[in-house]
Design a protein. Structure first.
Length: 164
């Protein structure tokens, strides 16, 4: 079994998060978004300033390590009474299918429960194959959501998992 661990990230880890996402973002979205949209959203969401602001605004970031090497990350934030939102969860393409994503998602769920949360919600693009992964992990689609990001639209499912 792979030796996965979770580490809380800080602003000192922003460069590492960007480095990971440079390897993850394009392979994850190239089949469902245009190159122009991928580049626009990456620049918008993963600049050092944007990540720093996300952290200041309450997103808690976590790094997934395998044998002490960073292979993914997640971010989660309080949304409302006992409800948390998973904003980001990514693992390197080379470790997808190895249990890394499952470990990371279960670790985030444990963190949310430890913080008093009883529900975790997330968005996933309607054409992203990760939707099946979330459903296997116990998440259910509760609605569709279309979100304008600059000149582009994110066409998402909103999924939810209750811990009560």
């Amino acid at each position: 079994m792979a030796d996965f661990t979770l580490k809380a990230a800080s602003t000192a880890d922003i460069g590492l998060i960007i480095s990971l996402q440079q390897k993850i973002w394009e392979p994850t979205y190239r089949e469902i978004l245009s190159s122009a949209q991928i580049n626009y959203m990456f620049d918008l969401l993963y600049s050092p300033e944007s990540l720093s602001r996300q952290m200041q605004d309450g997103q808690e970031f976590y790094l997934l390590l395998q044998n002490n090497e960073p292979i993914g990350f997640a971010s989660v934030a309080w949304l409302a009474a006992h409800i948390y939102k998973l904003h980001k969860i990514y693992v390197l393409p080379s470790v997808q299918g190895t249990g890394a994503g499952k470990y990371l998602l279960e670790a985030v769920e444990t963190l949310v429960k430890d913080l008093g949360g009883n529900c975790l919600i997330l968005n996933v693009n309607r054409f992203n194959k990760a939707k099946g992964f979330y459903e296997r992990m116990g998440y259910q689609v509760i609605r569709e959501e279309d979100i304008a990001i600059g000149p582009y639209w994110m066409n998402d499912f909103v999924l939810e998992k209750s811990f009560v």
